[in-house]
Design a protein around this ligand. Structure first.
Ligand code: HEM
Length: 373
């Protein structure tokens, strides 16, 4: 497939039709020199612009430099095409402290997330100063990109945590078939999609009137690593599984309807007089009508990080959602889910991240975070 353009009003990797594979990384900045951080952003941007075209990270490449120096590309993607690679950068709340004089530039919408009931966050795999989301159709291409950014950042940033995702759990375009998550359900049916231009303007992109100016055209990303108790889930009856989501497992239709994209009828009652879509069903609680119209652009991935030594798969959903203002979108939706979602019996949130993703690169002279620094 053709390379995805690195330039535009918005960053690639948000409404870009979700690729199949993810390598997500969170960095902590280790240098205390602002000039070094800016220099790194310029080096990273130059490398990213090359990588997304399927080129090597540096100008000498894997074998073009002098034998005495380490190659400026690690080599494992030699011969592989661009594979739809996108690299999307985000800045975490911790970057906006006294170290780099950025405290005054922290967006109000980048307010720390509240503590949600039931979450069991592990600090070592949460947060971070800077993130990069690499998505591609080939896992080797995504990993290669992140690895080379980490290599270039040596001495200025260190990897805090990183996450591989092997299968998309969302569609971000109506041209894509809806994939399935590890609970076996279609995921992404009622997602924001790139064709919903007016909704994207209202719900996804930061507007000029929102502030700060450096975020105009950007978006806020929330990441949540959600472990699934798949073994328990797999012993749950089909009827119970469908009731939990409020959709059927085969075609993904809302309860009482026939086709995947039919509109859910939240008022419909069954023969027993109870709502067809239960009051604690995931799609009722997450639906915009329950949340003052709030919507998210979900772009998550399935993960299996081996097993946990207790005979269980270490599996789940690496949830990624983009939005205009997390205080009005992710936070109220997740608060509602955390309190009453019947899915909670089978999941556990173990990592969290909040990121300000600036607008897109204008041209080759632009660099990541230019308007911020
Ligand atoms: C819908 C699965 C966590 C927000 C759905 C659907 C499924 C699903 C199967 C129905 C199909 C669709 O419209 O996409 C899961 C699983 C989760 C999870 C397995 C955890 C492991 C979350 C979280 C949020 C969220 C943490 C946000 C805080 C939504 C929204 C919808 C949705 C907004 C669309 C509801 C609608 O408008 O109909 N999810 N989800 N989900 N989910 Fe989740």
């Amino acid at each position: 497939s053709d390379p995805v353009s690195f330039y535009g009003e918005h960053q690639a990797g948000i409404v870009t039709p979700a690729q199949d594979r993810l390598h997500f990384v969170s960095f902590d900045v280790t240098t205390d020199k602002r000039a070094e951080l800016v220099e790194l952003m310029q080096e990273w941007t130059a490398a990213a612009a090359r990588l997304v075209q399927g080129k090597e990270a540096g100008t000498f490449g894997t074998v073009g430099g002098v034998p005495e120096a380490a190659p400026d590309d690690t080599g494992e993607a030699l011969g592989l095409p661009a594979s739809g690679l996108t690299l999307t950068i985000g800045f975490g709340p911790s970057l906006f402290d006294d170290r780099f004089g950025l405290a005054g530039k922290r967006p109000a919408a980048l307010a720390d997330l509240p503590k949600f009931p039931g979450e069991q966050l592990i600090p070592e795999i949460s947060g971070g100063d800077i993130c990069v989301q690499a998505c591609a159709h080939d896992p080797q291409v995504a990993v290669h990109a992140i690895r080379n950014l980490a290599r270039i950042g040596f001495g200025k940033v260190s990897v805090r945590w990183s996450q591989l995702g092997f299968g998309r759990t969302s569609s971000t375009s109506r041209a894509q078939a809806t994939p399935r998550n590890l609970m076996g359900f279609k995921d992404g049916t009622n997602n924001l999609k790139l064709e919903d231009v007016e909704l994207l303007r209202q719900q996804l992109w930061v507007g000029a009137q929102d502030g700060p100016a450096w975020m105009t055209g950007g978006s806020y990303m929330v990441t949540r690593k959600i472990r699934m108790m798949v073994e328990t889930w797999d012993r749950t009856s089909l009827g119970e599984q469908e009731a939990i989501f409020g959709r059927d497992k085969g075609v993904g239709a809302p309860m009482g309807k026939k086709a995947e994209f039919d509109t859910p009828d939240f008022a419909a009652k069954g023969g027993d007089g109870l709502p067809l879509i239960k009051n604690d069903a995931h799609v009722r609680l997450a639906h915009p009508t329950t949340n003052g119209g709030a919507r998210l652009l979900r772009r998550g991935y399935n993960f299996v990080d081996g097993s946990d030594g207790l005979g269980r798969l270490d599996a789940g959903l690496f949830f990624i959602a983009y939005q205009r203002d997390p205080r009005k979108q992710f936070v109220p939706v997740q608060m509602r889910l955390a309190k009453t979602d019947s899915l909670n019996e089978y999941i556990k949130h173990i990592s969290s991240g909040l990121w300000a993703c600036p607008p897109g690169m204008r041209d080759a002279g632009d660099y990541w975070g230019r308007a911020l620094f």
